[in-house]
Design a protein around this ligand. Sequence first.
Ligand code: PLP
Length: 278
Amino acid sequence: AYVNGVFVAADADGAVVPLEDRGHLFGDGVYEVVRVYGGRPFLLAWHLERLAHSLAAIGLANPHSDAEWTSLIEQAVAQSGAAEATVYWQVTRGTAPRAHTFPDVQPAVTMVVRPWTAPPAPRAATLLCLPDERWANAWVKSINLLPNVIAKENARRAGADEALLVRSGAITEGAASNLFVVHQGVLYTHPANRYILAGITRRFVLGLAHDLGIPVREVAWPLAELAAADEVFLTGTTTEVLAVDRILAYEADLPSLHQLGEERPRGLVGRDGPLVTL
Ligand code: PLP
């Protein structure tokens, strides 16, 4: 791990966050996750580009140049000794007595490298549709992930692998992934506007589609038309590209937050079983 200029073991005494770090107090920070394949961070330049956008969005000066970030990440990976890994790093607004307005302090940078163990076997995912209850700046890779955490937990409790978030009748993305629909030879995915995180893997897949001459439309796919999809898949840094074979319904009038307290989320899985079986 890396904590404000020092490399330490992730579980070492020194690898701690100060009590008044604004990430800890307010979720006042942004993050990135990159996958390391064969010792090399994949698509790091795109992650650094997105990090710069996220930092600018929350009014936080980028503490490092891209060259410095690259060097820090490469050093962290080398020190971990892991060739297959993920690197999680975040920048918070720093440590200061609790007050909502921005303090005049240095941002805090922390990083953790974790060895990556591949999931058991290639498989297809089950999704659970849920209302997209996030703020309207989902394009910022903010460390405020409470709605995503709750959606994913509701999905897990319903026996699904990922939540499929729905805003105003249209599918935005997963709780931690982007969604693609294949329909009559055309690839559809939500436009990279404020309502989704513009995934690096999404960008990579769109590039592959372009190279292969596969037509792409960046428009939101309506929930009501999911059954018409020929294929559905997810993309993400750790998800990679994952086929979807089952999508469970939710009842639109049920708020999702309070359901966490229940033994099994009442009404989350459609009364009539899966909405779509692909
Ligand atoms: N959407 C959300 C909400 C995410 O949290 C993530 C990744 O964590 C993604 C999409 C996929 O983005 P990427 O491909 O950059 O990992």
